[in-house]
Design a protein around this ligand. Structure first.
Ligand code: M6R
Length: 588
């Protein structure tokens, strides 16, 4: 899930690469590199860490006309300059950047080592660079086809050849790659967000291209030239700006109300009649991480309001485990990026079993969207911070609206009004969490409890806090505390209690007090202010604005997202780029 950018232009190649890398660094940010080409001269610079470190280091060549850049999320080999891309093959004849995983690289490497080839990095990518140099066909596209035919796994590759003037060669299989061309420049990138205004191309699996200034030629795996349709440019780049906020994460939490407003607009215009023909008996909601948590919420809505057998499943489990899936199954894939490898593989499996496929994604041009029968865009706007915030709220609201639309017009209209109430309430609900955060930032473990949908909010809050602060967090259905986890409670262990359902409020309180008796420090997020007699039990209490119960979870997660953000800052961490992670997980 690295980020790739390539450019052919008469001027400013390095600047284009740096700007592009800044926009795709959400895909991985442990190291970064660039290769510039000026005639036959190839110059490679790399840095461990940020793009700015690389920028400081790079001296543009006198007349760079081609450049490829890469921001890495390590899969094979440690994080160091040597393993950073671009990676060169023998005699620097070819230099490549790669996103994906070459699963058979060790076998191929052994074969090549027997032929005397020397490998200098620990990466799977080096095999691509060496294969390209190994069998030097006259036509570079033939060369690339010969090389990628040997690969198993996934790849988006951009490659430059020393002896070929001003050209980039690219290939795509199961990792995203886009191309752009106008009179002045031609570009390749992992995300069209890097391109200037103008329509662009999406490469499909098994497609290759040759990119020159003002011209892109596309090929299939037989080396035949193919024609491709352009995709309409959408004004996304301007939105990928931090504005006056210190971090994307904070900006994105604050964008929740406007994101929900956009979601409503799109859902009101959506033709739900398309779904009426779907006669389904069971629903599977599939996603990873935060998206999986919205699936859990969605499954509850299907069961409660449509009385349909619904289940949320991790995409990484769905793809390998046994589930009863048939044409009467409706599979809903939830993914902010629309590029998560596990979710794509799960979707492909559901398709093979002839299930009906709906996807709910934030990226309408994504792979998941393109593979689905019906796409419901969540319209959250670009989300850059690794921690997903506004997208989660839109996914939950979107699943609720979908269920209400399936239930019938009257319910859908009422649901729209309910989401509008949430938007209004959320506008004044960006509470100050600094005192609470101060307390939590000192801890090394935090527990969250809730019941029903509050348990799901607890799961999501725990994921957010551990992801951004590295504090060990667990979430439990409150009734489960006494079945094992209570043993973790020591003096002042923080227990964050989420309670938005008055029917089970007392039950949740009982579990909280059982923990309190054993030393836990309690913090409460609840649908109502605590009674005077309850107050002394809690170190912090927050009551949520009054909105309809099923959507209260959207408000409950906001202070918990802010808590994660504030704790990260207090611990001196960058909340936008937690260690070891990447925004879009495009490898298994
Ligand atoms: O792009 P997706 O929604 O498919 O991503 C799924 C997860 O990787 C993602 O939600 C992850 O858990 C977030 N970083 C959590 O904040």
């Amino acid at each position: 899930m690295c980020g790739i950018v390539g450019i052919v232009s008469d001027k400013n190649c390095c600047d284009y690469i740096f700007d592009g890398l800044r926009l795709v660094q959400y895909r991985g940010y442990d190291s970064v590199g660039i290769c510039q080409k000026d005639g036959m001269q190839l110059k490679i610079d790399k840095a461990k860490g940020t793009i700015e470190k690389l920028v400081q280091k790079v001296e543009p060549l006198q007349d760079t006309k081609v450049a490829i850049g890469h921001t890495r999320w390590a899969t094979h080999g440690s994080v160091c300059e040597r393993n950073a891309h671009p990676i060169e093959g023998k005699n620097r004849e070819w230099v490549v950047v790669h996103n994906g995983i070459i699963e058979n690289y060790q076998t191929l490497m052994c074969e090549m080592q027997k032929e005397g080839e020397v490998f200098k990095t620990q990466t799977d990518t080096e095999i691509i660079a060496n294969l390209l140099s190994f069998n030097n066909y006259q036509n570079p596209i033939e060369n690339l086809i010969w090389a990628v035919r040997k690969l198993q796994g996934s790849y988006a590759i951009c490659a430059v050849k020393k002896e070929q003037e001003n050209c980039i060669y690219a290939a795509k299989y199961k990792s995203p790659l886009y191309a752009f061309c106008n009179q002045d420049i031609a570009m390749l990138a992992s995300d069209p967000i890097c391109f200037p205004e103008g329509d662009y191309y999406k490469l499909e699996d098994g497609e290759l291209c040759e990119v020159k200034k003002g011209e892109i030629k596309f090929f299939n795996m037989h080396g035949e030239q193919i024609q491709k349709q352009q995709l309409k440019y959408q004004k996304i780049r301007v939105m990928a700006d931090k504005g006056s906020y210190q971090h994307y994460m904070l900006k994105e939490i604050y964008e929740t109300p406007e994101a929900l407003e956009r979601l409503i607009k799109n859902f009101v215009n959506f033709d739900f009649k398309k779904l009426a023909k779907y006669k389904f008996k069971k629903v599977k909601l599939i996603g990873c991480g935060t998206a999986y948590h919205s699936c859990l919420m969605g499954a509850r809505y299907f069961i409660k309001y449509l009385h349909v057998d619904a289940e949320a499943i991790f995409a990484s489990e769905f793809r390998y485990d046994d589930y009863v899936i048939n044409p009467q199954t409706l599979c809903i894939f939830v993914s902010q990026s629309g590029e998560t490898a596990d979710t794509i593989a799960a979707l492909e499996k559901a398709k093979r079993k002839r299930a009906k496929i709906i996807s709910m994604t934030n990226v309408p041009y994504s792979t998941i969207a393109s593979l689905s029968d019906v796409v419901l865009p969540i319209s959250a706007g670009v989300e850059i911070a690794v921690a997903s915030t506004k997208a989660y709220s839109c996914q939950v609201a979107g699943l609720y609206l979908l269920v209400m639309a399936l239930k019938g017009e009257k319910h859908f209209n009422r649901a729209i009004k309910q989401v509008q109430e949430v938007i209004l309430a959320s506008k004044n609900f960006f509470v100050n969490m600094s005192a609470f955060a101060e307390d939590i930032s000192q801890k090394e473990k935090v527990l969250f409890i809730g019941k029903g949908c509050d348990y799901i909010t607890a799961l999501e809050a725990a994921l957010k806090l551990k992801e951004t602060t590295y504090i060990n967090c667990s979430a439990l259905a409150s009734g489960e505390l006494k079945h094992g986890t209570l043993s973790l409670i020591e003096n002042k262990t923080p227990l964050i209690v989420i309670s938005t359902n008055k029917k089970v409020h007392d039950k949740v309180m009982n579990s909280a007090l059982e923990a309190k008796s054993r030393g836990a420090k309690l913090y409460l997020i609840s649908f109502k202010p605590p009674k005077i007699c309850e107050l002394e039990n809690f170190d912090f209490c927050l009551s949520l604005p009054k909105v309809c119960q099923p959507l209260l979870c959207i408000l409950a997660i906001i202070p918990l997202q802010l808590l994660s953000y504030n704790v990260a800052l207090l611990r001196g961490l960058d909340p936008d780029k937690p260690r070891n992670l990447a925004k879009s997980v495009t490898v298994e």
